[in-house]
Every structure is written in C-alpha cells, then in structure tokens.
Write a new protein. Sequence first.
Lengths: 403, 403
Amino acid sequence: MAPRMPEMGMLAPVAGVRIGTTNAGIKQRKRDDMTVMLLDPRATVAGVFTQSAFRAAPVELASARLEGARALVINSGNANAATGSVGREDARRVCDAVAAQAMDVDETAVLPFSTGVIGVRLPVEAMREGVVAAVQKLREDAWTDAARAIMTTDTVPKGISRVVQIGGAPVQITGIAKGSGMIKPNMATMLAFMAVDAAVPQSLLQGMLSRVADVSFNRVTVDGDTSTNDSFVLIASGAGPVQLGTQDLEALEALEVAITDVAQELAKWIARDGEGATKFVTVKVSGGKSSADCLAVAFTIAESPLIKTAIFAGDPNWGRFCMAIGRADAQVDPNTVSLHLGDVCIARNGMMAEGYVEADAARVMAEDELTVHVDLGQGDAEEWVWTCDFSYDYVKINAEYRS
Amino acid sequence: MAPRMPEMGMLAPVAGVRIGTTNAGIKQRKRDDMTVMLLDPRATVAGVFTQSAFRAAPVELASARLEGARALVINSGNANAATGSVGREDARRVCDAVAAQAMDVDETAVLPFSTGVIGVRLPVEAMREGVVAAVQKLREDAWTDAARAIMTTDTVPKGISRVVQIGGAPVQITGIAKGSGMIKPNMATMLAFMAVDAAVPQSLLQGMLSRVADVSFNRVTVDGDTSTNDSFVLIASGAGPVQLGTQDLEALEALEVAITDVAQELAKWIARDGEGATKFVTVKVSGGKSSADCLAVAFTIAESPLIKTAIFAGDPNWGRFCMAIGRADAQVDPNTVSLHLGDVCIARNGMMAEGYVEADAARVMAEDELTVHVDLGQGDAEEWVWTCDFSYDYVKINAEYRS
C-alpha cells in the first residue's frame, strides 16, 4: 500500500501562461504526452537542471535558452538522453515547430523538456505534428491537463495552486511535478514546472529558484539514482497585478516563501509516490557541526538499502542506523549520537536508550508516515531529507519492467 | 539461485598458529561461535579496520593492540558495537580470559574480534567459559573449524590455502573470511584472517596488508552499507623456514603477490555470497583520467539499485548505466563513453552502438557471472570492483528478518 497521497484539486490558471496538451503517440495512445506552454512576452524564466554528466539533449538546450524564453515544449515517453548530436538536432526541430506555430516566438526562445526512455531517438515528425495540435488548444486553464501529460508511471498527477497576497495584491502560483515514476528503461526522472503571474527580473528569479530547489526537490531521494533529465522551471509571467524589481526586497521574500511552500509540497508528493513506496519518511538530522554534515548523514540514512528495507518491514533497527551514521561522510562521535523514531527515543549517547521498549518504536513504524530524528550532539546545524521505504515492489518494478 | 560458489577444500595448517574453536552459546547452539588463535612469540600481526565512525569496541581494542599481538579471540553472533564503554570493558574481560589460559601472553597482547547483532552486550561469562574450552583444543590443524565458527549467515564457509616458493623455500599461506551474511539485526560484517609462516617485520607487514586490502576486500560492495566491525588481519608467524627483513625486497614482493591472490579470491567469494545474490559481477572501468575517477564510476555502478535490479532481471539497460556514469563523482564526457557487457558492445561515444542487438547482450546477462566494462575514453587509468545483483531475496532477507 502506498503512503497517503494528497489529492490534486483543480489547478488555477496563471495569467500570461497558455497551455496546450495533446497525444503525439510517443509511447502510448491512451493519454496526452505532449505539452506546449506559451508565455507572455513580459515573462522571465529560471531553471535548475540535473547535475549528471550525461545531461540529456533537451537539458542542454533548455539551460542555454533560459533568458528570453517564450515557450516550453515538454514530452513524456522519451528522454532524448544519450542520443548525442542527433538528439540535440531532434530537440531543436521540435522547438522549431513551436516557433513556426506561435507568432513572434524565435526558435531559440523555445525550451524543450523530455522524460522517458533513454538512448532512443525522439519520434520528431510525430512530435512536430503534436506541436501543431497542442498550439491549437492553447488556453490558460489547462494546468490539470499538463500535470497528467508529463506523467510517466507516476501513480497520480501532482499539482498545487495557491494565491498569496504580496504587498496587498494577489499573486497566483501554480506548480506541477512528475517524478519517481518509472518508464522504460526505468529511469526515475523528475520534472517540475511552476508559474506565478507576478513580474520578477530574471536574475532575481534564478536566485530565488536555486534557493527553493535546495530546500524542496533537492531534499528528495528515492534510490539515490540521479536522472539525466531532472529539471525544475519557474516562470514569472508578469501578466498579473504584482510587478517586482530589485528594490522590493520584502515582497520578493514573501513570494519566495510561498513558492518554497508549493515546491516542498510537490517534493514530498514525489517521495510519497516513490517506486514501490509503502511509507513516507522524513529524516531529520540535528546537532551537526555543519549543514553539510547533517545532510551527509540524512542522505546516507535515506539511501541505505538496509535501512529502507527495515522501514518497509516496520523494524526499528538501531544497528542499521549506527551503521549508516557511522559510514556517512561527516564528523560523527558515536558517544553523542541519539536517535528518535517519531516520539520514541531509541538510543542516547550512542547506545540503546534505557527503558526503551521495542513495541513503542514498532508502533511508530507501523504508521505510513514517520520521522527519523538523529541528533549528532556536536553543534547547532539541522537539516532534513524526504524519502520512502524499499519494498518488494521496488525490485518488481525495476526488475520486471524490461526495456 | 546463487552464483557458482568455490568449494572450500581442506585448509592447511600454518606453523606457529594454533587454533581452538568452541560453541559458547552466544547466539545459537548448533555450531561453534568462538575461535581462539594463539601465535608464535616471533609472530608479527598487521590489521586494517572499518572506517566507520561507529567502530565497535573490539575494533578499537584490536587496532590498538597490533604490535606485540600474541592471540586473537573471535566470536560470531554478537558484534559488541554501539555498546559504549561497557562494551570495551566486556571485550577486555574476554581478552583477559585468554591471557589467563595461555602461558606467557599478556592481556594487552590479545586482540578481540566480533560480528553479529549490534547494540547488545556480549554474554561475557559464557564467552570466558568458551575461552577455556577453546584453549584446551588448540592445534595447528583447525583452520577449517575456524572458517565455520566465524560465519554468521554466510551460506558457505570461505577459506583458501596456498604454498608459494619464496627464494627457494616454501611459505604456507592460509586465509579465511566471512562476509555479506546477515545476522540479527542484519548488519553485513566482514572479517578476514590470514596467516603465513614466514617472518616479516611488523611495519613491512602492515604496509603489505594495506596494499593487499586496497585491491581485494576494498573492492567488494554488496549494498554500499559499511559495517561497524569490518576487520582484515594478516599474521606472519615466523615459524616457517622463510625469514624476511627490510632488505629482502624481491621476496617481500613475491609474498605480497601471493597474499594478494588469496585475498582477492576470498573477496570475490564474499561478493558471490552477497545477500540474495544470483549473479557475480565484475565492474571494470578503464580510460579514466585517474584511478579515483575509475573507482568512483565503478562503485556508483556497483551500488546503483537501478542497475543491480536490471542485472537481476538480465536486462542490458543502457539507460541505467548512463544514469550511474553520469552521476558518479568523476570527470566524465558522455561523448567518449563506451560500454561492453561481456564481449558485446552496447554503446560507443555515449550512444547505443551501431549494429547492437539486444539479444546478444541478453545472452551475456543470462550467465551467472558477467563483466561490465565502461571505457571513459579520457585517459589511461583502469580499476575494477566486484559486486552482485539485487534480488527479491535481498529485500526478503533484510525485511523479514526482524531484530
């Protein structure tokens, strides 16, 4: 059983962002697999991309075209990764088709995004036809369609809308994400797109996005396997009532808080929908000498196969936590380490806590959501990571799904 | 089905090393779980130990007592890890029992080794009685018993004997190892003990051991989860005909080659007996700018859950290899990367190879032993790692075995 999943309500339009989706038959015929987003000429766009050395062709193009971006073209079913120079040319030809359909949009202002099978060429002609169909359907109220069209084997679509008041005027935020779903050949790729109708200068927007990514999507790990296509894009359409500049520090900060909130909700949703997940887990590490130390311990715990299988089994296995904390690339003194599962103290000063009763911890672990809290007892730094457990279904999904 | 496993033949005695084993009832009653090794007064001992910050009490004692070591006391069933200062005191008391039984052996010359459940105190009294029983049985021809007595849930005992000629005289080498077996609470701990009857000064022996460990046990990964108790000990008993000193460079080198060979055989054996393993995999990475780059790529591949499940499924999944190579902490240019599975070229210059037929790769992957060869195309460095696949049984062993 998967952890409790939020339900995606209706997603609100963002003025200045028009969306069209279609089925281009890239991988399957049952639902849309192509999305075109056309942006207001005033829009600014920021992006963060996978750190993989094997960056996919669309990632290379999109990251180079952020400034002056006017349109996004997104497909699921094919990642256009490990496709070399022909892959870049294929991506360019799909972008060209968008420019040809959309008035006043230069082809270098079109950003491509792909997710799906790796090492296979895009079906460019079918996608160019898809672009024509998608552009004909462009409208502001289609975020829900887009949330579905970017899915691969996600079990649910993921999207959130919020309105925040910035300096007395409303800003509409809508964001969608896909992730941790598997598709032939089973790469966990993450894509997220978010738009606000405020105006924000590109350089400020990019800084904001980097900070937001660092405390949202960059805190999710399902199996530690980074994809070749991960992208997170933030659009400030400039079509709403709020226009922000470098001097509006307070308003920019308020907007960043709101965007962070949406991004964190989407990020947690991705962990909940992790492959084969039965539990959603927050790993909190406090008392570190540095944030880096806390993150190192948190990620080591979140990615340890022995801990993930213990969590699947509901086994409060102190020994495995010792192991992971001990092997993390961080300054650790076992004598000051404590561990809580939920509100139950398992260990203190590096040893099983006095009076600890396993049944208490087992009760916490039986829930479909739990918090693992390690206190390193060395300093004031504190960080966290979101993850899920490791079940038979993880092996099943990844072993039985042949490429 | 596990990969083909070597069969342990009779293990030859090493002059100057007497061994006694017994059942001390630490975890189970069916087979011996305690081993005492008493060494010739001329013996020198070298050791390498886990890098975990959570080093178990016996690891702390043993590593501090290498010089002048005269006896080893080894138990399975309990790791004496995460037991704080009482754990160190417990280990000392077991060592004291050995010193009390063995003439002329100071208690600080006894090295303790433990593997098994973490966070639980040793049954010291039972173990002290076990020491008496084991010491009564001391004899040179008991390596086979020791190979069995150090097992936890290894499916087979592991040991190798060799005789090598060094400068015209024979040197007897015998080594045993346990590893990647699981025990409550399921920590993969590795122990290896090797002895030669040559004399080698301790400082030379320690350097030799570090180099040997680096190309043998340090090349094995089952799940990336480093234990709190890993130890590899090399004894030069000095009781045989070959006596080496600092000036005997050629002989020392010949001995190191022979020891390396035995250690590598034992290391591969551990990977073959990895939890739930169905395939033994050698990951070779060539063409790197540095050894560190090659090792980073090799370990990322060997520890990627997505690749390990693909290997379990016999799926020659190029996309997953791209992913792992791309996320490794190494200098990688996708345009020069090639991948072979066995003798089949899957990819060249970062793309699926021309003329590649999946059936050929699937044939390679159907074997229970295979080599993954990545050429980074950037330099002359070359390294390798041994591992196994990731099966339903891995989850089963680690999820169903409750602590």
